[in-house]
Design a protein around this ligand. Structure first.
Ligand SMILES: *[C@@H]1O[C@H](CO)[C@@H](O)[C@H](O)[C@H]1NC(C)=O
Ligand SMILES: *[C@@H]1O[C@H](CO)[C@@H](O)[C@H](O)[C@H]1NC(C)=O
Ligand SMILES: *[C@@H]1O[C@H](CO)[C@@H](O)[C@H](O)[C@H]1NC(C)=O
Length: 148
């Protein structure tokens, strides 16, 4: 065996093993999906959107010159990621309209990962506290997710 073919072979083994592994995992998941029952998970929490002070939980990373004055309040894209417990590593993705002026805002869950693969559902958000000066807010979230 020449040096080149050996290197090539090692390279092929190197990429083939992870590919086979992940394909099996996905195949098994799809097999189980045929018999899987839909589950409904509900979450209730208070989202701390703190911009000011020493320990902010939200940081502005970009703003276009028109963004602040936008009458349509733009779009909300959020990932809720679990970092502990049974759902550690799983996530839910929310994409919807930021209807800030409505007392109860509703946004769709458009998908998820891990335990929430193929998830759908919706969230309702209600401002619980807002400091107009600092922009700090606490928003109450009710999440309803349908998943397998
Ligand atoms: C929704 O819009 C308001 C007003 O523009 C903004 O302050 C807030 O950060 C937005 N919320 C999200 C989650 O993007
Ligand atoms: C969550 O999962 C990550 C990645 O697998 C792991 O490093 C971490 O220790 C887990 N956290 C808890 C609290 O179990
Ligand atoms: C609102 O924010 C301002 C500016 O950060 C701060 O001085 C004030 O104490 C805050 N008010 C409340 C009720 O948190």
């Amino acid at each position: 065996m020449t040096k080149l073919t050996l290197v090539l072979l090692l390279f092929l083994i190197g990429i083939a093993i992870p590919l086979v592994h992940s394909t099996n995992e996905v195949d098994e998941w799809i097999q189980k999906l045929h018999h899987a029952k839909e589950k409904v998970s509900r979450l209730h929490f208070y989202f701390h959107d703190t911009l000011s002070g020493k320990n902010p939980s939200a940081v502005e990373v970009a703003e276009a010159s028109k963004t602040k004055k936008s009458p349509s309040f733009l779009v909300v894209a959020m990932n809720f990621v679990f970092t502990t417990g049974k759902f550690n590593g799983s996530s839910l993705t929310i994409l919807g309209r930021n209807a800030t002026l409505q007392p109860l805002r509703e946004m769709p869950i458009i998908g998820g990962t891990g335990a929430f693969r193929l998830a759908r559902g919706f969230v309702t958000a209600k401002t619980y506290f807002l400091n107009f000066t600092s922009g700090d807010a606490i928003v109450q979230y009710h999440v309803v997710a349908i998943h397998y």
